[in-house]
Design a protein around this ligand. Structure first.
Ligand code: ADP
Ligand code: MG
Length: 383
């Protein structure tokens, strides 16, 4: 950002947040604990975050008059999702510090740019080709090979705008499906990775370039939606080290101030060793980091607040009275991972039973309508 807070923003300052979903809600809660005020800016009325924020502006993101007022009322700005229009965020960044910088958004909301950037750091990804028409798709499948996966280049989330391409799939209908689901006219064709599992790691980086990674976790998806996170990931210490190295490289390379999640494919090689490929980046709190609320000394949300307010980073040690290293060196039978489970759709109606389970922490997002697959809350089982 062109504007950098020269001073630490002390408690009492106001953090502006673009977006009003559950991630914004949990940023607000962490900010409030440290004594910060929050101002949520989002188009929805009665949003999950607005119930807890100090103030809410209900507005479209490209209403510049409302952005002017918002900028005059906040001391720093962050955002909860990367599919936001970049122009309004760049506009805000001329008036107030915006972290992570809008140039990070430009990279992370465009899958082709994102993969090119990652590869430029010598970090591996799946092989890919940019697609802008049915013709380029037909040529690209020859290079990438079957099976592949076609994804809309922008605006995808929870697997929306994606089709797996096998030699049985008609390319024209695949192209139509991806463009219709998201309205995007550009896509990416990626080699389909036969992974052993999916993992993620969150890196935090401050204005003065100190950085720290949260422990690597394993993620289990159902219908392309995150179901469960196991923390720390039940993988060898060398894989944890490799993941942190990758995330640190990306954080540095992108000039991160704030937090960024790196989604990884864990591939088992012929020699039995694991290789990590980066799937995608999210320059914001991530669903796979919700376990940190009770599982880590500092949550991902508090860490973000610390980063953007110029405070020192908090410890990412496990809340368990054991270090991450000791934990990972234990025989598997003695490990008791921290497990985060999403409450999707009607599952939120089971809220009451979780209250009487020892070590179970219930989080409800206070969203109005229950819809299938909608993230309504989560539980963190810490022991
Ligand atoms: P989204 O933005 O929807 O999260 P992702 O790129 O993370 O998009 O894809 C969603 C899920 O689809 C991934 O978590 C993974 O399970 C699967 N997937 C995505 N890309 C590939 C790939 N190249 N090979 C195999 N599976 C993939
Ligand atoms: Mg993803």
């Amino acid at each position: 950002s062109s504007i950098r807070p020269s001073l630490v923003l002390p408690p009492g300052s106001t953090i502006g947040i673009l977006g009003g979903g559950q991630l914004a809600r949990m940023i607000v809660i962490a900010a409030a604990q440290l004594g910060y005020k929050t101002h949520v800016f989002c188009p929805e009325s009665d949003s999950s975050a607005s119930h807890v924020a100090t103030e809410t502006t209900k507005s479209n993101y490209n209403n510049y008059a409302n952005l002017d007022i918002f900028a005059s009322k906040v001391d720093v700005v962050t955002y909860e999702f990367e599919n936001i229009m970049v122009e309004p965020v760049e506009y805000l960044a001329k008036k107030v510090g915006v972290f992570p910088d809008p140039k990070v958004l430009r990279i992370c909301q465009d899958r082709v740019q994102e993969k090119r950037f990652i590869q430029s750091l010598d970090v591996p990804t799946a092989a890919f080709e940019p697609i802008d028409s049915l013709d380029t798709l037909k040529t690209a499948i020859q290079k990438v090979g079957y099976p592949a996966i076609l994804k809309s280049n922008t605006m995808g989330y929870d697997g929306k705008g994606q089709v797996k391409i096998t030699d049985q799939v008609d390319l024209e209908s695949a192209w139509k499906k991806v463009t219709n689901e998201t309205g995007a006219q550009r896509a990416i064709l990626e080699q389909y990775i036969e992974f052993e599992g999916e993992s993620s790691v969150i890196v935090a980086r401050t204005i003065d370039s100190t950085e720290l990674c949260f422990p690597l976790v394993t993620n289990k998806h159902r219908n392309h939606i995150l179901r469960q996170t196991i923390a720390p990931a039940p993988l060898p210490p060398a894989v944890h080290a490799q993941a942190k190295e990758i995330a640190t490289k990306i954080g540095k390379g992108i000039g991160l101030v704030g937090i960024l999640a790196v989604e990884l494919f864990v591939v088992k090689q012929a020699d039995g060793n694991y290789k990590l490929l980066v799937n995608e980046l999210a320059p914001r709190p991530h669903n796979s980091g919700h376990w940190t609320i009770e599982g880590c000394v500092t949550s991902q949300f508090e860490q973000l607040v610390r980063c953007i307010c110029g405070l020192p980073l908090g410890s990412v040690d496990l809340m368990k009275r054991i270090t991450e290293k000791e934990y990972l060196e234990q025989p598997a039978a003695q490990q008791h991972p921290i497990v985060m489970t999403n409450l999707l759709g009607a599952e939120v109606e089971t809220w009451e039973k979780h209250l009487s389970i020892k070590g179970c922490h219930l989080h409800i997002y206070a969203k109005g309508d229950i819809k299938e697959g909608r993230k309504m809350g989560h539980i963190n089982q810490t022991n």
